[in-house]
Ligand binder design. Structure first.
Ligand code: PAF
Length: 301
């Protein structure tokens, strides 16, 4: 019996750690034969409560829960933080086990990208060329790296359901499109953003924040709350975006972007359209590049 250090729950068994693709397929075969449902939670590790919420959802929905733990090099640009991305496998294994994970797939880079690997999966067009996909920012190559690794994980694990966080709203929209376009037989569940008590969206990269920047970083969630509140109160998306800019400026944060887009297609929107609208923000705060978002749901009649 172990104690979950985040929730205080007691749980029984440690997850099985699997490093190889063949070993994982063999481990999943009996469950598949018996018609059990398999849930997959893809992660890059350094787990926080956002990841734990995905694992718990998978545990509640599925017979078998697989978490992948792999810092995927193909989704990092040359000037990004691949080398210093935070890692703590021992802690991840403990937290994942405590959240009820059955199998942790933690391969090394050569297992997933053998020498000569030359194939990528790419969602083209407006979903991957805006916001983080703008070539001036992370660019479409970031999403090509994400869709390639997620497609590989889907092929390796064969999940019935896969769980992603709404914090990476654009990633979730891109993955949903890939699943639709390539007919992956998997249901994609997108779970709500999990926030610190003061509103900061949980992220493995929050560890890069120095104490003073950690305080400033709360302005992102304050800005999004102000945007939603003002947009709805004044029936004006522009008023919402203006309110958000004021909050960011008060914390001396210059956003990389602060944009309103259709939550599904990511097309730009001018006003409240009667469809869910994503307001997304990205900003560098000290040593961390942070993203956050809110979805304004259409008001009922
Ligand atoms: O969201 C993440 O942590 C990663 O982009 C993912 C989905 C695990 C793919 O590497």
């Amino acid at each position: 019996m172990t104690l979950n250090s985040l929730t205080g729950d007691t749980v029984n068994s440690a997850a099985r750690v699997v490093r190889g693709i063949d070993e994982l397929r063999a481990a999943l075969a009996p469950a598949r034969r018996e018609g059990q449902t398999i849930g997959l939670v893809p992660t890059m590790g350094f787990l926080h409560e956002g990841h734990v919420s995905l694992l718990r959802a998978a545990r509640a929905d599925c017979d078998l829960v697989v978490m992948s733990l792999f810092v995927n090099p193909t989704q990092f640009g040359p000037n990004e933080d691949l080398d210093r991305y935070p890692r703590d496998e021992e802690r991840d294994l403990r937290l994942a086990s405590e959240a009820g994970t059955d199998i942790i797939f933690a391969p090394d880079v050569a297992e997933l990208y053998p020498d000569g690997a030359a194939t990528a999966v790419e969602v083209t067009g407006g979903l991957t060329s805006v916001l983080d996909g703008d070539p001036e920012r992370r660019g479409p190559a970031h999403f090509r790296g994400v869709t390639t690794i997620v497609a590989k994980l889907f092929n390796i694990v064969g999940p019935d359901v896969a769980y992603f966080g709404q914090k990476d709203a654009q990633q979730a929209a891109v993955i949903k499109r890939m699943v639709r376009d390539l007919d992956f037989p998997v249901r994609v569940e997108v779970m709500p953003i999990v926030r610190e008590e003061d509103g900061l969206a949980m992220s493995s990269r929050n560890v890069y924040l120095e104490p003073a920047d950690r305080i400033r970083a709360v302005a992102l969630s304050r800005a999004l709350a102000a945007a939603e509140q003002q947009a709805l109160a004044l029936d004006s998306l522009q008023a919402g975006l203006d309110a958000a800019r004021i909050e960011l400026a008060a914390a001396a944060i210059e956003p990389e972007y602060l944009e309103a887009r259709d939550a599904e297609t990511l097309e730009p929107v001018e006003g409240l359209t009667g469809r869910p609208i994503l307001i997304a923000v990205a900003a560098r705060v000290g040593g961390a590049r942070l993203i956050d978002n809110v979805v304004i749901e259409p008001l009922g009649d």
